[in-house]
Design a protein around this ligand. Structure first.
Ligand SMILES: [Fe+2]
Length: 239
């Protein structure tokens, strides 16, 4: 059995003592991380917006905080991140387990809050899916499906049609698609493949809101359990 913890939208600040949106991102991340670690995951999946200010020191601080757990880490960039600094700090977003391959995709566009994969990243995804002889979990920051919240659906994956076509073509290999970015829980499917978004470890956004609206729900993470070819997911939140 394989256990994967997804933590998303940390929005860590250069100064860990500083607050944003009336919350302390580092303190909340520490609590969500402790909750995730209590589930004894085999790996951590960080699905974007790790650093709010594109600062190398923040990525290095995060890497140093996590390395003590000795777990494989998959890290992909969000709209707030610097994609090059993330890859430099955490390496290629690809985890290969005996029973599952996890492929992280870079949907970051410099200077935009929307996402875009483009031919190169879609081609990389297709090649990696085809090269894997195991089921594949695909992770990206931006949502390729509308979540029903107008303001954040305007900031989704611009080339979602091309991505969703790839998922459809490779449906027999793909176990699930997971994303961050929306700071809320949403579950649906892409051509029958389960699709999950993740709560933020920071501020939550209200589902269904037309304009930017925060939610009172507590920060959290997702825990995926892959057992005998079946993927199960649950949302965990701090108290
Ligand atoms: Fe975010």
């Amino acid at each position: 059995m394989l256990k994967l913890a997804q933590l998303s939208d940390l929005h860590l600040l250069t100064n860990p003592s500083e607050d944003r949106w009336g919350l302390n991102p580092q303190a909340l991340f520490d609590q969500v991380l402790a909750l995730a670690i209590s589930q004894q995951p085999d790996a951590l999946l960080l699905t974007g917006d790790l650093a709010h200010e594109e600062d190398l020191a923040t990525y290095q601080r995060l890497q140093q905080q996590l390395e003590g757990y000795g777990l494989p880490i998959l890290a992909i960039p969000g709209n707030h991140d610097n994609a090059d600094l993330i890859e430099q700090t955490f390496g290629e977003p690809l985890l290969d387990f005996d029973e599952l391959t996890v492929i992280g995709l870079n949907s970051h566009i410099r200077g935009s809050d929307s996402g875009f994969l483009g031919d190169q990243e879609l081609g990389r995804a297709e090649a990696l899916i085809k090269a894997s002889d195991k089921p594949v979990l695909l992770a990206l920051h931006h949502h390729p499906l509308e979540v029903g919240s107008a303001w954040i659906d305007e900031l989704s994956l611009v080339d979602a049609d091309a991505f969703n076509d790839l998922v459809k073509q490779q449906a027999n290999k793909i176990t699930a698609v997971i994303c961050g970015h929306v700071h809320q829980v949403f579950e649906s499917d892409i051509s029958g493949i389960p699709f999950y978004s993740c709560p933020s470890t920071n501020r939550q956004f209200k589902p269904g809101a037309k304009d930017f609206t925060t939610d009172d729900l507590m920060p959290g993470c997702r825990l995926f359990t892959f057992d005998q070819g079946q993927l199960h997911s649950q949302v965990l939140r701090i108290q």
